[in-house]
Structures are given as C-alpha cells and as structure tokens.
Write a protein that binds this ligand. Sequence first.
Ligand SMILES: O=C(O)CCC(=O)C(=O)O
Ligand SMILES: [Fe+2]
Length: 187
Amino acid sequence: MEELNKLIWLMIIDSYGLGEESLKMCYTTLIRMVKYMAPPSGKFESGLFPHTDKPISTLICEDKISGLEIEVKDGQWLRLSNLSPSSFVFMVGDPFKAWSNGRLKSGMHRVMMSGDKDRYSIAAFAVPNKGTIIKTPKELIDDQHPQLYKDFDFMEYFFFTASDLAKRFNSNQQIDAFAALSPPISN
Ligand SMILES: O=C(O)CCC(=O)C(=O)O
Ligand SMILES: [Fe+2]
C-alpha cells in the first residue's frame, strides 16, 4: 500500500510538472483495520461520521461490502459501490490540499451501513514525521493562483484538529481555519 501511495503522489506531482523533491518528506504509514457492524435490520446507520482526512493522504480498501460515501459538489453523497476487490480509494488529506495551493480537494467522506453484513476496511494513512513543514511549491503560486495557505508544521495542524477550537469548525473547514492566508499572497 505504501508503494501504491507513493506512486499516486508521483503521478500528481508529475501532472503539475514538478520534480520528486517538491513533496519529499519522511512519513510513516499507519494502517488501521476496522470492522463496521451491520445495522439493525432494515436500518441505514452511520458507521463513520463525515470528515476530511488529516494525514497527507489515505488509501482505503474495503472488503466486498460497500459503505464508503463521498460528498459531491452539490452536497449529495455518492456511495462507492461495486468496487472490485482489488481496488483502492485514494483520499487527499487536508495538508495535501494546502500543499497544492487548493488544486487538490480533500473531500468529505463517511461510512453508512445498511444490509445485514458486517463491513471490513483497511485504511493506510500517510502521516508525516515530526518536524515536517507543509509548504506550497513556488511553481504552484502565481498571479492567477495566489498563495492560499501559510507554511505550517504538520504536527501543529494535527494537534489543532484535536483541540476545542477546531471543534467549532466542520472537518473540511479546519485547514482554512488553521492555515489560510487572508488575503492570499501572489508570487
Ligand atoms: O473505513 C473506511 O472505508 C473509511 C475510513 C476513513 O475514512 C478513515 O478512517 O478516515
Ligand atoms: Fe477518512
């Protein structure tokens, strides 16, 4: 999963015409396996509340039973169903959105359970090591794309998201509350 994650990072970096060094960082891949219990018969129940991810990115693999939903532009939830057993979902995290100067979106997602089967998923989170500074590459900043986010220490953001202050914001507003530059700065 780590290799796949790295490959996707490289594809994104490459699509911006940047070199590998633009997103070079030491990070740890944390793996979490979760069992979501089937809801009471006939019910449609929340398995995981709506959120955006706080690591750089996440790879999710679910085992046959769908449940992962992504919030699409008009506020509707799209259920990812009929994924092949060998597919992975790549989720952009808030720091990656900031790094890309807002080009990448860290989408809201949730797990909704229905049916009579338990659901298992594996998520691999790319968590930067202590001391990692999230910095938008200068190539992604110009007059048309002013710098939206200040440089920040990943861990400080991570701790912020667990603070009482952060709870006043929706999950997808936390990165702006913490790191948005106002007004944005042109290069
Ligand atoms: O279990 C899933 O499918 C999603 C997990 C997830 O979004 C998370 O742990 O952040
Ligand atoms: Fe998530």
